[in-house]
Design a protein around this ligand. Structure first.
Ligand code: FE
Ligand code: FE
Ligand code: ZN
Length: 276
């Protein structure tokens, strides 16, 4: 089964996103839990969440991917920024329980000169304060492009974070095709080899979701500029290989390409017809 969708605006609530997803041929989607560049969050309407759960069940939706705000940096050098990461994520975990059993993806963070080791230690510290054994949400670390002092460009860094977390059943990875390519993993010519590396370092059982993006830049560029499918260096062929890869089948595929809804609808239709 292909679970495919795109990033949707959460401003009008869950039921609205669900209807929008159905309208564009999606059976999963991603949304920001709060203002991506600020951090403020609107209260969750429990009735809206319930109506969404019914709609999702009726339409056979796969797991959703919530995305933490970009301003959330657990390994900032500034205490105030680290505190925001804690309070935003703690609040997001409570909010996610209204739609239990889904994913919450975040960018591990930028160590801003403190060094990778210190950065990883701070990320682990945050996750161990946040994760409760009874929570129904799985937190996902996103594979990053390795831009600036970003942590998560190497599979080894993600593995080190996972190793430090106490409740490892609550943590997984979201692989972004643009980011891994930008980080230097050649999924164009050697998707099997990259997945074998992922498997030997992290373990493919930890891979929970995919961000499906083309990249404006060649492998190793460390730029993180997304392109529409077929309009970047990865190309349609690579993306089609990813969604059809036997080791990746069944994972929610989220498009984060520069599109409006009609553009997403076309990409979803194209990828559905390329799914074997
Ligand atoms: Fe992201
Ligand atoms: Fe992404
Ligand atoms: Zn990106």
């Amino acid at each position: 089964m292909l679970y495919i969708g795109c990033h949707l605006s959460s401003v009008k609530g869950f039921e609205h996103m669900g209807k929008e997803a159905v309208r564009i041929g999606a059976n999963t989607f991603q949304f920001f839990t709060r203002n991506p560049r600020g951090g403020g969050a609107k209260a969750i309407d429990p009735e809206d969440a319930k109506r969404f759960l019914t709609l999702a069940a009726e339409n056979g939706f796969g797991k959703l991917v919530a995305h933490a705000p970009y301003t959330l940096n657990p390994c900032s050098a500034t205490e105030k920024v680290r505190d925001f990461a804690f309070f935003a994520m703690e609040d997001d975990m409570k909010r996610m329980e209204y739609i239990p059993g889904n994913y919450y993806n975040f960018h591990p963070g930028s160590h801003v000169g403190q060094g990778t080791e210190q950065g990883i230690a701070l990320i682990i510290e945050l996750l161990n304060r946040i994760i409760k054994p009874e929570q129904q949400t799985t937190i996902l670390l996103e594979t990053m492009a390795g831009k600036g002092s970003e942590i998560g460009g190497r599979f080894e860094e993600l593995k080190a974070i996972i190793d430090g977390v106490h409740h490892q059943d609550k943590i997984g990875v979201c692989l972004d095709t643009c980011h891994v390519s930008d980080a230097g993993y050649d999924i164009i010519n050697d998707l099997d080899g990259v997945l074998a590396q992922f498997d030997s370092i992290i373990g493919l059982q930890k891979l929970c979701a995919l961000h499906i993006n083309d990249s404006l830049n060649p492998v190793g560029a460390r730029k993180d500029r997304h392109a529409k499918i077929g309009e970047g260096h990865l190309g349609t062929e690579t993306i089609v290989k990813v969604i059809n890869h036997p080791k990746l089948k069944g994972l929610p595929c989220i498009l984060e390409t520069p599109n409006e809804l009609d553009g997403y609808a076309k990409e979803i239709e194209m990828l559905r017809s390329a799914y074997k």
